[in-house]
Design a protein around this ligand. Structure first.
Ligand SMILES: [Zn+2]
Length: 486
């Protein structure tokens, strides 16, 4: 191919992602130390996770259970027995000089996940799911003259689930949908809290470019150290550009591992691609092969909750909700549960969806709490919505009541009565307010009569303010028009 032809070639990125998720077990993968985040450095360690000579690892059953749940939800074939192996390398955050991982006989093989792409959806392959242990955490102080690093071994030995996706993603929008789908799945299964700011969900990407439509893959570059969705997307965008420039200039992409520098917003070659034999994998002699029998698998399968994509489809079919509302509701299992609990109280689904994705979610997000921890129960929210639907309170007054319900945890009716938030039903009462507003705003009245339509809005606003939002705006509008016409 000539240099000129290269310039015109359109390249297609082929991307695969590895997701590393810390599992939300209470204790570590091979010892009884706590996995709590944020404890004082090195306060949650023992001879096992410090790699001291002598002690033996004991496998955490809960970690296996969680990994199994994910593998089943990803429709993987379960490998039994699966085997733990030692991945040997030296690094200060790895005190044993090896990491217990899985390679040849991993827990789950050949699965798939459905990712939503707009109104459509597509299946993406999963190569394998395996269990390993996290490393310690290196901290590099950044003060002037600081020329040392600190190590916190609290994270050492925390169970880590690795989901190895197939190179099956062909653009950044697909990468984004894939990461979102995996995160939703983990949250739905309740196996990881996926807090990226705490490093509990991390990514590695592999990417190659090929001339659009070409069957074979180009040289593959792996990028490590990606700690958020945003970083993954930014880094891949950068890498696509870098490889494209290289190829168009007639160069070759080296098969290598690169490290992303978030601060510099650039990647640098870290080492040429390592091979599995560089790690001298061998079966972990201190752990027996792990047998996951058919009964265990059947039990785990039966305990799986409805998965996000299935729930999304059901919400649209059963409740007639929009793609948009459904997307918000099913992002978070607790929010979807909350919505369904509200509907179960007799509220029409679309009305319930509006409240749950709107005012309710706003309060929950403002407080940084989970929907299940909200002081307003689905029953309380349903009572409030019923008051609005019956016309007993206006939507505006209901919003005020909801804020108070969040603050105090009390019921809607009680707050509406106490604060006098009931809608003004009495025409005479409303007429009196209109009369007062007309008397107090002669210039607004004159403007309206002079044909300035905006003035009516102003006057309606004054009445709404005087009634603290308890009047029906349409009724106020009608009353004002009639009053000013006379
Ligand atoms: Zn320990």
């Amino acid at each position: 191919m000539t240099h000129l032809a290269n310039l015109q070639t359109a390249y297609e990125p082929v991307i695969g992602l590895e997701v590393h998720a810390e599992l939300a077990t209470e204790s570590k993968a091979f010892c009884g130390c706590s996995t709590r985040f944020g404890a004082p450095p090195n306060s949650q360690t023992c001879p096992v996770c410090l790699g001291l000579p002598g002690p033996l690892p004991v496998l955490n059953e809960k970690a296996v259970e969680y990994a199994l749940r994910v593998a089943l939800a990803l429709e993987c074939q379960i490998v039994s027995p699966c085997i733990f192996e030692r991945k040997n390398y030296y690094y200060p955050d790895l005190p044993k000089n090896y990491q217990i991982s899985q390679r040849r006989q991993t827990l789950g093989r050949r699965g798939r996940i459905e990712i939503p792409l707009g109104a459509a959806a597509r299946w993406v392959g999963i190569d394998d799911v395996h269990l390993e242990e996290d490393t310690g955490k290196l901290i590099h102080p950044e003060g002037a003259g600081d020329n040392y690093s600190l190590i916190d071994y609290n994270r050492s030995g925390v169970p880590l689930l690795e989901i190895v996706g197939a190179p099956d993603l062909y653009g950044l929008h697909e990468v984004s949908a894939y990461m979102t789908a995996i995160r939703e799945l983990l949250l739905h299964l309740g196996v990881s809290d996926c807090r990226m700011e705490e490093g509990k969900l991390r990514f590695e990407a592999n990417i190659s470019l090929r001339p659009a439509g070409a069957p074979e893959l180009g040289a593959r570059v792996e990028i490590k150290n990606l700690n958020s969705f945003r970083t993954v997307l930014r880094c891949l965008e950068h890498e696509i550009y870098r490889q494209q420039q290289l190829l168009r200039a007639g160069g070759e992409v080296a098969r290598e591992t690169r490290l992303w520098d978030e601060v510099a917003c650039a990647s640098a070659a870290m080492r040429s691609k390592e091979e599995a034999h560089d790690y001298r994998y061998f079966p972990e002699p201190d752990l027996v092969p792990l047998v996951i029998g058919p009964e265990w698998i059947a039990r785990a399968r039966a305990a799986l909750p409805e998965l996000p994509q299935a729930r999304r489809r059901r919400f649209i079919a059963q409740w007639g909700l929009s793609e948009y509302d459904t997307g918000i509701l099913t992002t978070n299992r607790e929010l979807a549960d909350y919505f369904e609990a509200t509907v179960a109280q007799g509220i029409e689904a679309k009305v319930a969806a509006n409240w749950v994705t709107g005012e309710f979610l706003r309060h929950v997000n403002d407080r940084g709490i989970s929907p299940a921890a909200a002081p307003v129960t689905p029953q309380h929210l349903a009572e409030l919505i019923a008051l609005v639907e019956r016309g007993a309170v206006t939507a505006n007054a209901a919003k005020e009541a909801l804020a108070e319900m969040f603050a105090s945890g009390r019921a809607a009716q009680e707050i509406v009565e106490e604060r006098g938030l009931a809608r003004i039903q009495d025409d005479a009462e409303l007429a009196a307010v209109v009369e007062r507003v007309v008397a107090e705003n002669p210039s607004g009245v004159a403007d309206y009569r002079a044909g300035r339509g905006q003035a009516l809005k102003f006057l309606v606003g004054q009445v709404m303010k005087a009634t603290r939002g308890r009047a029906n705006p349409q009724a106020v509008n009608d009353l004002l028009r009639r009053r000013l016409a006379g």
